[in-house]
Write a protein that binds this ligand. Structure first.
Ligand code: G6P
Length: 603
């Protein structure tokens, strides 16, 4: 986690870095800081708390300059505090660094330097990078960076400033993301594209252990052996506005409302003429004997839907596994396995490790990723991109929907490959799918309904979500969304499991959210609803069936999918809106929930 940004150019650096940090706050928001190199001296201002605290500190202690680095932190080693904030300086204040990642051998290196008299100021693993750099520095900053990175074990994206080389910003990375932005007014380093989008859409991606030397009018890339590497910048199609709130109060709400567009773009991308079409067509399902999904968080919940949908449509063995489990469980996979890794960021540490484990075992790998050029996108054998655009709110919404849309398309493609659908059946499935964006749009006409219901729920201590089959998978996502942003305890259960324990927690007034959009299982979930109602619960029932009637304790949210298999895409939007409004009524920090970060680059 953590976000880093750096700039060297003709403009005033501080506003550029502050703006960039705002775009990176989703990666961590325990503290923030920046270092500016001006007239041969490095100055640092850093502050515990949100960016506003740093802005205030800069008002007290203004800095100017044309080269600088900034950081927003998600604490791993050492509590959130001013001293543990980045940038870190070496003891002689000559070299400043910002770091995203974890230095695994920091204790050993620290003890070694302490024995030589170096005094450390923070409890962080990152400070070792600054101290080591000054310890090794003999005047050539490139040489210093190479020596430092040779000594480090773990993961890092690093930005360096050195008072001896006042016109250069040095960047290097291993296992953590770092992009280089190029513009006429100067050059940038950043953890992610939105941080620089206001200034440029020309991006180069650093590979592991490559070094970038940024000056105001050029960027030179080197291998770890100091050989010059030529890179051609890529043009990013995301625009600056797409990473802005655009008049909405919260990014999460804006991103929820963007879903019809995202669904439309993602579906089109997989159809003839679309950017994902060739990759999807080239997948030969006949090569495989099984499919494994692996992912984290909401992306894992998408995998769960994928498992149900693919199994049913393709009659093919599918497993969904949490990436953090998959990477260590020695799964039975081989060259006849297709491992599908789903990730918005493409940088989630466990998902990267799961992908590498799958490749190590010889499996074929397909990535479903939102961020172009991310590690997972680059390392997978095949990659398809969700067309969600930049997602800023920590709680994912539109990326989830886009991932789901690509899964539906893969399911149809594989069903055709396996001969499970005839051409007319395939055409009918695709026609249903193409109606999905309009259906999602139509749902927004009834937003006030869910808003009013949420207004009665924000005092709940605990909320349970139940469903069966794909509705269970969506229950998992509804529950995750709610606890992420509203801090209300919630759990999701497969409807049939309720009576094996959880039902003992139901008491007068407990809220149960039930989802029943799978017709053949409607009666089963409806009887679970009866069971909790008769024990005093109140129920919010999302259903495509017209059989149930509202009562004082039972409220209905109708879902009318054009076809049953697409219902998860609609029910999830209701649940996103439910969580959103509950959190709004509770007064929570919607886009930056406590303790969370959007891109989880630590294990
Ligand atoms: C974090 C985010 C979730 C996301 C998960 C996986 O926990 O808060 O929204 O689903 O990471 O992230 P990925 O980028 O791999 O989809």
């Amino acid at each position: 986690m953590c976000g880093i940004i750096g700039y060297v150019g003709t403009e005033d650096t501080v506003p550029i870095i502050l703006e960039g940090l705002k775009k990176l706050e989703y990666r961590g928001y325990d503290s923030a800081g920046l270092a500016i190199l001006d007239r041969g001296a490095v100055s640092v201002v850093k502050q515990k708390g949100r960016l506003t605290a740093l802005e205030e500190a800069l008002r007290q202690n203004p800095l100017t300059g044309h080269i600088g680095i900034g950081h927003t932190r998600w604490a791993t080693h050492g509590e959130p505090s001013d001293t543990n904030s980045h940038p870190h300086l070496g003891s002689q204040r000559k070299i400043a660094i910002v770091h995203n990642g974890i230095i695994e051998n920091h204790r050993y290196l620290r003890e070694t330097l302490e024995r030589k008299g170096v005094v450390f100021h923070s409890e962080t693993d990152s400070e070792i990078v600054a101290q080591l750099a000054e310890y090794y520095h003999r005047g050539d900053i490139m040489d210093t960076v190479i020596r430092v990175t040779n000594a480090l074990e773990g993961s890092y994206a690093l930005g360096f400033l050195c008072a001896d080389d006042p016109d250069k910003l040095i960047a290097v990375r291993k296992d953590n993301p770092l992009i280089i932005g190029l513009s006429d007014g100067g050059n940038f380093i950043a953890s992610d594209v939105p941080a620089v989008l206001k200034h440029t859409n020309k991006i180069c991606y650093l590979e592991d252990r490559e070094i970038a030397v940024l000056e105001k009018d050029r960027v030179t890339f080197y291998s770890r052996d100091r050989e010059v590497i030529h890179k051609t910048p890529e043009t990013i199609s995301w625009n600056f506005e797409s990473a802005e709130k655009g008049g909405y109060k919260h990014f999460m709400f804006k991103e929820i409302m963007e879903q019809p567009r995202v669904l439309r773009d993602t579906i089109r991308s997989a159809l003839p003429g679309g950017t994902n079409h060739a990759v999807i067509e080239a997948l030969d399902i006949g090569r495989y004997s099984q499919i494994f999904f692996t992912a984290c968080g909401s992306a894992y919940n998408v995998s769960m839907v994928g498992k149900y949908v693919l199994e049913r449509l393709c009659r093919f063995p599918v497993t969904a596994d949490l990436a953090s489990e998959f990477r260590y469980r020695d799964a039975v996979i081989d060259a006849r396995t297709l491992v599908i890794v789903i990730s918005q960021s493409g940088e989630t540490a466990d998902s990267i490790a799961a992908l590498r484990e799958a490749k190590r075992k010889g499996a074929d790998t397909l990535a479903i990723v939102n961020v172009v050029g991310s590690t997972i996108a680059k390392e997978a054998d095949h990659t398809v991109y969700t067309m969600a655009g930049p997602e800023i709110a920590v709680a994912t919404t539109k990326a989830f929907s886009a991932q789901l849309a690509l899964l539906y398309l893969l399911a149809v493609r594989f069903a055709r490959g396996l001969g499970r659908v005839t051409p007319p059946e395939e055409a009918a499935l695709l026609a249903d799918l193409e109606e999905l964006p309009d259906q999602a749009e139509a749902l927004f006409a009834h937003v006030d309904r869910i808003q009013q219901y949420a207004a009665t729920c924000f005092n709940c201590k605990s909320i349970f979500f139940i469903g069966r089959n794909v509705d269970y998978a969506i229950a998992l996502e509804g529950s995750l969304k709610l606890k992420e942003i509203s801090y209300i305890h919630s759990e999701a259960y497969a409807g049939g499991e309720l009576k094996h324990g959880t039902i003992s927690l139901i008491e007068e007034g407990t809220l149960v959210v039930a989802i029943a959009c799978t017709e053949r299982l409607y009666g089963k979930t409806a009887s679970n609803v009866e069971q909790v109602l008769s024990r005093g619960a109140r129920v919010l029932f999302l259903t495509s069936s017209g059989e149930t009637e509202e009562t004082d304790c039972l409220s209905l949210l109708p879902i009318r999918p054009v076809s049953e298999w697409l219902a998860p895409s609609l029910s999830v939007i209701w649940l996103q809106l439910f969580s959103y409004y509950v959190a709004v009524y509770k007064g929570c920090d919607i886009d930056k929930p406590r303790n969370l970060a959007k891109s989880v680059t630590v294990e």
